[in-house]
Design a protein around this ligand. Structure first.
Ligand code: ATP
Ligand code: MG
Length: 146
């Protein structure tokens, strides 16, 4: 149950969001059923945590789900500092950190995300926020045949 997993991940990150007076908006109209291990909650939590960490205070993070044939496509959109096009293919590498300023991290979060997604029929990637500045991290997961 993808909606349930997204809501649990968001709850897990809520305290971090509160500290920056940020809101996580869940634009969900499920149920959506996927073929996935419960460890994908860690994928969503990692991406949500980054969205909070690399965005200015009092901005929003939006989570939505779109129908993409055999897959559900989950998009997590922030209005943060964004990622330069040349850095986009690198952020999933171990220990790779870009535009970090004074924000601390090990650079492992997205490498773990990528590994978890390699164990699934699905993918993960990043693009620019089409509405302005910031990033969209997207994940595709195979629909469950019920
Ligand atoms: P860790 O997650 O291990 O504590 P980290 O956040 O630095 O450390 P990753 O989550 O792997 O590592 O992210 C890699 C890099 O990608 C980050 O250091 C940051 O430069 C960039 N990044 C990730 N998410 C975003 C985002 N939503 N907006 C802008 N930059 C981002
Ligand atoms: Mg991280």
């Amino acid at each position: 149950d993808l909606e349930f997993m997204l809501r649990s991940s968001a709850m897990y990150i809520q305290k971090q969001a509160d500290e920056k007076e940020m809101s996580i908006e869940l634009d969900l109209h499920g149920p959506y059923f996927v073929k996935a291990d419960p460890m994908v909650e860690d994928v969503f939590a990692n991406i949500l945590s980054n969205a909070i960490k690399y965005s200015p205070k009092r901005t929003k993070v939006i989570v939505d789900v779109a129908n993409q044939g055999e897959f559900w496509k989950i998009s997590i959109t922030d209005s943060g500092e964004g990622i330069a096009d040349e850095d986009k293919p690198l952020v999933f590498d171990r220990f790779k950190r870009v535009n970090k300023g004074n924000i601390k991290g090990t650079g492992l979060g997205l490498a773990i995300v990528k590994r978890i997604m390699e164990l699934h029929e699905g993918d993960v990637g990043v693009s620019n926020n089409p509405e302005g500045q910031g990033s969209v991290f997207w994940v595709t997961l195979k629909k469950a045949d019920l």
